[in-house]
Structures are given as C-alpha cells and as structure tokens.
Ligand binder design. Structure first.
Ligand code: SF4
Ligand code: SF4
Length: 435
C-alpha cells in the first residue's frame, strides 16, 4: 500500500539526465559502468520527461524550498538549452511562495562563458571535481583518450570565479593523493581560492558488475587509516587558522553532531533512504550508490514520485542502515556522529567476527576521536551564542602552553602531550626528528 502524498518526507533526488555518459574516464568512477543497465539507450532525458519530472518533484515536496540536483555521468553534456528548459518548467510548476534551487555536479571541463553566465543568472550551486594540484589531480582524472584534465578543469573553475558562480570543490581521496592532505587543502584554499570543500573517500569494489557486492576493494581505494590521517591533518590546520572562513563538509557535519543536531549528511545519519537517484528515463533507485536492478523502485511514468519515495522497499532500505549496525558500532564512543557510515562501505567484519563493519571504521574512529576536544569547545561556544571560530585562539593558546612545557621538560619526564610515554620517547624525539 502506498502512503498519501501528505506523508511524504523531505527528500533529495539526484537526477542523471544523461545517465552515465561522461566526457572523461576517471579511473575510479563508480558510475561509468551503469551504462550497461540501458543497452542501446541514447541516454538523454526527453523534454516530456523533464517537464513531468519537474511537475512531480515539486508536487511531492511538502517544504517551501526545493532543490533540483543534476548529476551524472557529466550533466552538462545535455547542453545548455536543456537547463534553460528545466528552469522554465520549474517556474511554470512551482507552488506559490516556493523557492527553487539547482545544484549541478560537474568535472568543469565543458564550462565556458555561456554556461557560467547561465549558472550565475539562475543561482546554480556548482560542485566541481578537483583532486588537488596537477600531479595529484591527473593521477586518475583522465579523459577518454587518457589525457590529463587538470588545465581544463582549472580553466572551468576560473571562468566560474570570473562570473561570480557559487561553487564548491569536491575532492576524492584515493591511493594516489591520500598521503598529501596539506598539499591538497592548501592548494584548494590558497591557489584555487575556494571556501567550500568536500573530501570523499574512494572505496571501490573490485568486481565485474560495478554493483555493491563482494568484499575486495581495488588498489586505487584509500585505506581506512590513510583517510583518517588525511582528515586529521587538514582538521589540525583548519582548527588553528581557518574556522569561520573555510568550510569543509565533514567538519560542519561533525559540529552539528557535537551540538546534538542531526548531522545533515546521509552517511552519518542513523537511517537513510531520503536521498534517491533518478536515471535519464525516469527510473528511480534507492540511492545514487545503488543504481542497480535490485534497488530499482519504479519509473515516474508509471508510479508518481510521491508514492515511490514512501514505498515499503525504500523505507526498509533506509531503516536497514540502523538495524544492521553491528554491536561493535552500537558500543562505539563516536557512534553519535558516525552511525556506522554508509552501508555501501560496510564490507568488513568487526574484531569479534560480526559482518557489516564499515571499511573506513579505523579512519572514522581515529578522526572523530581526535577532534573531540576542539569540537566540544566549538559546541560550547555555540551554546553560549559565541562564534565557534573562537576555537582558533583557544588552540593557539594550548599550542603555546605545550611548547613552553616541552621547553622545560627533562628527558625522563612524562611527555607534556599526555601520551603517557616518557618525553624522550615521545615529543622530544619527534621534535629532534623534525628539526
Ligand atoms: S546508502 Fe549511503 S549514500 Fe545512500 S542514502 Fe544511505 S547513507 Fe546515503
Ligand atoms: S567509528 Fe567504527 S565502530 Fe564507531 S560507529 Fe563508526 S564504523 Fe562503527
């Protein structure tokens, strides 16, 4: 039985008007293999479906702000006229008082003045994929001919800046760039001049189907420890100089959790199931990471979107995230912020042999434990209506006090850092090594 539309929760829908078609051939892309789902298709959303989707998506939303999210493959390969048509349908169908937003994820290679003028005029928020400075970006982000893409991506980013387009940088973290966190962070912050960043771990299953099955991961995947250390290194710099001016998605999400709020990102929420994906032909799937036959919910030409999002199968998908959580996670100190992470990455066993632990667990645990003290500080500032950026000064004072303690410590004293080791085995040694 389907629920009445008034019970429809707020939901996101990533729409792939060009399916999996892309102008690049990034080695780790999880979506290129989805082309096989639609043999013979032209992978192009029709105008009729575009209008039908727009109408249904607006109709299904019970909130006053609605965001259309365009993704791929490479969504700009639909051409600009498609998006001109999209915004005109949005205006035609929007309800009184409703605000409409658009987000678009792109590799930025195709962007030119016309695209950027359009994005600026219609307030599109653009996500641009960039994996760091040239030698790191070009490790896996190649075009169909195997040529590097860095120059073209940077050109697209510069054009967006010239036209005042709002954008954030999405960086994937993988085997080739994971050991260079500060090079990447500083490059995006100082050279690119971006204020909003996301660092997405590449955990790529090693199988022939491209589906979420099997427990082997490719050599391109980041390791859990690497990902944790990557985030820690960037956090340690951010918390000492950049809070309040640079926004890193996972840090914001963590602060929400430390202040007792919902993290606001499905992978760290207790349940999921409200971030669906739609293919070019109107097929709707449980999630962008589960565009595979077993997770197809229906087609919006047959079943209204407002009914698809509350289907029993989708509710079960969302609740399984919580209900399949291993005991190891249930007893974990950072569960309140981690919640076991995304089910797509739950492919290892816990130390006591229970299946369903997140491949990234060791990294999450290290990172969330490491940021506890400054997060508590920021949460307390917020609770007292003070800016969380006060943490910068606080960390600088702590660092100065620690430096003074190191200067006075004797070789056999306990290390002032609190590790429990002798000074000579801990920070004295580290300081000697780095001097
Ligand atoms: S499966 Fe993962 S990415 Fe998909 S909705 Fe759930 S938490 Fe989010
Ligand atoms: S850190 Fe590990 S044990 Fe803790 S909730 Fe996350 S995945 Fe589970």
């Amino acid at each position: 039985m389907h629920a009445h539309p008034t019970q429809v929760p707020a939901f996101h829908l990533m729409t792939k008007p060009r399916g999996a078609i892309c102008n690049l051939d990034c080695k780790y892309c999880y979506f290129l293999s989805k082309e096989r789902l639609y043999p013979g298709s032209e992978f192009r959303m029709s105008e009729t479906l575009l209008e039908e989707y727009t109408r249904q998506f607006i109709d299904a939303q019970q909130v006053s702000e609605v965001t259309f999210a365009w993704q791929g493959g490479e969504p700009t390969l639909m051409g600009l006229d498609f998006y001109r048509q999209a915004v005109s349908y949005q205006q035609k169908h929007k309800k009184p008082g409703m605000r409409i937003y658009n987000t678009l994820q792109t590799n930025a290679v195709t962007l030119d003045d016309a695209w950027c003028q359009f994005f600026a005029e219609y307030d599109f928020l653009i996500g641009a994929s960039l994996d760091g400075p040239q030698h790191l970006h070009d490790a896996y982000r190649l075009d169909k001919g195997g040529a590097p893409t860095f120059e073209r991506v940077m050109n697209g980013i510069r054009l967006m800046q010239q036209h005042g387009v709002e954008f954030n940088i999405l960086t994937t973290v993988h085997a080739a760039n994971a050991d260079h966190p500060l090079d990447i962070y500083r490059f995006i912050r100082d050279e690119v001049g971006a204020n909003f960043m996301q660092f997405i771990p590449i955990v790529e299953r090693d199988n022939d189907t491209g589906y979420q099955e099997g427990s082997a991961v490719t050599a391109r995947s980041v390791s859990a420890e690497q990902y944790g250390q990557f985030l820690i290194s960037i956090f340690d710099e951010w918390v000492r100089q950049d809070v309040g001016r640079i926004y890193v998605q996972i840090f914001d999400v963590a602060l929400a959790a430390w202040t007792g709020n919902i993290p606001g990102l499905c992978i760290f929420e207790e349940t999921c199931g409200t971030a669906l994906a739609m293919e070019h032909n109107g097929d709707v799937f449980s999630c962008d990471h589960y565009v595979e036959p077993a997770y197809k919910l229906g087609n919006i030409n047959d079943i209204p979107l407002s009914e698809i999002v509350v289907m029993d199968a989708q509710q079960a998908f969302g609740l399984a995230k919580r209900d399949s959580l291993p005991d190891y996670c249930r007893q974990c100190e950072v569960r309140f912020v981690c919640n076991g992470g995304c089910p797509k990455n739950r492919l290892i066993d816990t130390p006591d042999g229970e299946p369903g632990l997140n491949y990234l667990c060791a990294g999450y645990k290290a990172f969330f434990s490491h940021i506890d003290m400054p997060m508590r500080y920021m949460a307390n500032e917020l609770a007292h209506q003070r800016p969380p950026a006060n943490v910068v000064m606080h960390m600088q004072q702590l660092d100065a006090a620690l430096e003074a303690a190191y200067a006075q410590a004797k070789r056999n004293d306990p290390c002032p850092c609190g590790s429990g080791l002798k000074f000579k085995k801990c920070h004295r040694r580290l300081r000697l090594l780095s001097s």
